[in-house]
Design a protein around this ligand. Structure first.
Ligand code: ADP
Length: 502
């Protein structure tokens, strides 16, 4: 039988294992929901043992499928930035994993920003100082768990994002490595020089002895311990989830852009072989590193995309299923001036305004459920437009095509409106499991099953293309309405624009 690839997709709310053939076709899937822990306001944790248990169980499930015996290599895609510290001797974590959404590092980040560290951090890591990234979470663990800093200095502890932690467990505690795309999200890694930045390690008080070795995205990471699956399987691919989706969408040339619409939305634009530090609060990051050569991306994230639809259904009870939003939106000729700004947890790129809160604007006596549902969907498109504009200001040409995936990409009305608002064609691939597919492709590349990225690109197949079809004046009017809505929810922390002044 032909060789297959096993992808582990360890996400924020679920863990999945998917078996793929070399054309990127899923053959078997197993998934589990991951419990979330909220010990305090703004804190979010995962239990690393639960993550490991789910990874092991889902991998065993798919390995038991008829094609399970043909797995040639394993690839890992993971929730990024989430931070784990464990004992090298036992593999036990010294604390729950601190999840990317967790804000406990916010004070430290604010102090460092106030002290003028922003430009230096942006130049080295490509990132905006924020507790979203691993550095302040790791500093918190070293400061707050008794004895942690001393043990770390003595080399007794290991730090990793979820990829490293899983690799350690999969290899029976033999291998402490990560990949360049995950390292790029720690706020400790110099993405130009491709090294852990000694100045940032000093700034955050992180001993070098705790850090994993940084590898290419397709590389011999290690083999699984024989006791786990009855044989050693090579782990040869690894990437953070959004970078894995970029691989899955075959965005391999400068200027190609993908946008993933799940709970939140993440847009990545391939910017070629040099990091492009953003002047518009986007993130510069490593898209992938192969053969020692990094390819960079600009990234923009929207915190609330599908979560807005979930809010409409689960919290407000206005719709029964996410798919119903499509039917309601389609029934209206326009939004009738209603805008929903879903800043439930602040605004992401390009605003980075954690204190902004959401608003529903333009209500009239005949505003109904359909207008509100449509406004929720439209908001996703306007926010994507904000990202594309910010990227354009950073010198990334407006893309000819946007490749989309994620749960919301199933909504045809939304995809058409997206094309209309962007003025760009939107392409939806046949397989929208792009994150897991990306991990599998990297594993295949690392195992020598693909000769080059062109072999991977050849597997990408179009399912449907949405062409922009909206009058320019109307488009401009709708966008102006959105910009007005956004200006009303920004927090006062934002310096007022001159026209707002007294
Ligand atoms: P995640 O990986 O972040 O959990 P998914 O990619 O599985 O997210 O997408 C799930 C999200 O997509 C949910 O928030 C859901 O509300 C939204 N969603 C799913 N189907 C539709 C639809 N037809 N229209 C609009 N939103 C949808």
């Amino acid at each position: 039988m032909a060789a297959t690839l096993l992808a582990i997709d360890q996400g924020t709310t679920s863990t999945r294992a998917i078996l793929f053939d070399l054309r990127g076709q899923p053959l078997a899937v197993s998934g589990r929901e991951l419990p979330q822990y909220y010990p305090r306001d703004g804190w979010v944790e995962h239990d690393p043992e639960e993550i490991w248990r789910d990874v092991l169980a889902t991998c065993k499930d798919v390995l038991a499928a008829p094609e399970g015996g043909t797995v040639a290599a394993i690839g890992i895609a993971n929730q990024r930035e989430t931070t784990v510290v464990w004992e090298r001797a036992t593999g036990r974590a010294i604390h729950n994993a601190i999840v990317w959404q967790d804000r406990r590092g916010a004070d430290l980040c604010r102090r460092l920003a106030d002290a003028g560290n922003g430009p230096g951090i942006a130049n080295s890591t490509g990132l905006v100082i924020d507790s979203y990234f691993s550095a302040s979470k790791l500093a918190w663990l070293l400061d707050s768990v008794p004895g942690a800093r001393a043990a770390a200095s003595q080399g007794a502890l290991a730090f990793g994002t979820i990829d490293s932690y899983l690799l350690w467990r999969l290899t029976g505690g033999r291998v402490h490595r990560t990949d360049a795309s995950n390292a790029a999200r720690t706020m400790l890694f110099d993405i130009g020089r491709q090294i852990w930045d000694p100045d940032l390690l000093a700034l955050f008080g992180v001993p070098a002895a705790i850090l994993p070795e940084v590898m290419d995205n397709a590389a011999p990471f290690g083999g699984t311990d024989r006791s786990l699956f009855g044989r050693a399987i090579a782990i040869t691919g690894m990437a953070g989830d959004q970078q894995a989706a970029t691989i899955g969408q075959a965005c391999f040339t400068d200027g190609m852009v993908k946008s993933t619409y799940g709970t939140g939305c993440f847009m990545l634009a391939n910017t070629g072989d040099r990091p492009r530090v953003s002047a518009n609060r986007l993130l510069a990051t490593i898209a992938y590193r192969l053969g020692g050569r990094a390819t960079y991306a600009l990234e923009g994230s929207i915190f609330n995309a599908g979560s807005t639809v979930k809010w409409l259904s689960d919290t407000l009870g206005l719709i029964k299923t996410p798919a119903e939003s499509e039917y309601l939106a389609r029934g209206l000729a326009s939004n009738r001036g209603v805008y929903l700004v879903p800043a439930f947890t602040g605004l992401g790129a390009p605003y980075w305004d954690p204190d902004a809160r959401g608003a529903l604007l333009g209500l009239s006596r005949d505003t109904g459920i359909a207008e509100i549902a449509r406004a929720g969907l439209e908001a996703v498109c306007y926010q994507t437009h904000d990202l594309v504009e910010a990227m354009a200001l950073d010198g990334v040409p407006r893309p000819a095509v946007l490749r989309v995936d994620g749960g919301m990409a199933a909504n045809d009305w939304l995809m058409q409106f997206l094309a209309d608002i962007l003025g760009v064609a939107v392409e939806r691939p046949r397989h929208i499991e792009t994150t897991a597919a990306g991990a599998a492709f990297l594993a295949g590349l690392g195992a020598g099953l693909y000769g080059s990225l062109a072999d991977i690109a050849a597997t990408w197949t179009l399912e449907r293309r949405f062409e922009p079809n909206l009058d320019a004046g109307e488009r401009a009017g709708r966008i102006a309405g959105w910009q007005d809505a956004i200006s009303r929810v920004r927090s006062r922390a934002v310096p007022p624009k001159s026209e707002d002044g007294p």
